[in-house]
Design a binder for this molecule. Sequence first.
Ligand SMILES: [Zn+2]
Length: 229
Amino acid sequence: MRRLSTVLMVFVCTVSFSCSGGSSPTAPPVVNPPVVNPPAAPRLDLSPLSEQARAIFIVNNLVEVTGFATKWVGVITVGGAAEVAPFVKTAAIFWNEKIINGLVIEATEVSPKVLITIDAQAFLNQPAHVCATVGSRAIQNNNGIILSADMRVKPSCLGEGGLARTNPDAFTKIIAHEIGHAIGIFGHVPDGLICLMSGQELWPDLAPPTEEFLRFLYSTAVQPGARLQ
Ligand SMILES: [Zn+2]
């Protein structure tokens, strides 16, 4: 009795986000297929948020998809490539120490939902300094639930003289940054998402409005698929 195929309308958002500790601050425009939402989509009320956090919700979550709140439900497992496993573990701790209700990241190498693969091809058209990217996410169209995401890591960043060896902390932050793209921060926020450059400095942490947005997104106040109405 597999009725799943009748309800799963998955599209893949192919926009690439990347971060190397120095990536471009704006994501390219996204062209998405039309979305068929249920007539009675839950209502999204952004009034509890500060102006900055509200702008992040609208620009980096609603608009980048197709106008509905998009989030994971349940534990988000991340991993895949053994070479990256120690960094994923530390990046997961970074996220989990935020204690955001509803958001749990688990590092795993077995059937992760955010699958990390080592892949040189994904970086052929990227600036030389880019080490990791989230290439796509699968989103259940009719209810805004993120089902999986695809993260690629450039092999040269892991090898001799690569960033993972020369600056493991920065590389860990890049993985944490990419996890941010996988969990609902689509595109870059103006005041830094962990490793986005500010001048020549790595942002050490989530900026407060970004954290406020995520706490709200993953709270029970926001149902996946909710729309501003
Ligand atoms: Zn990024």
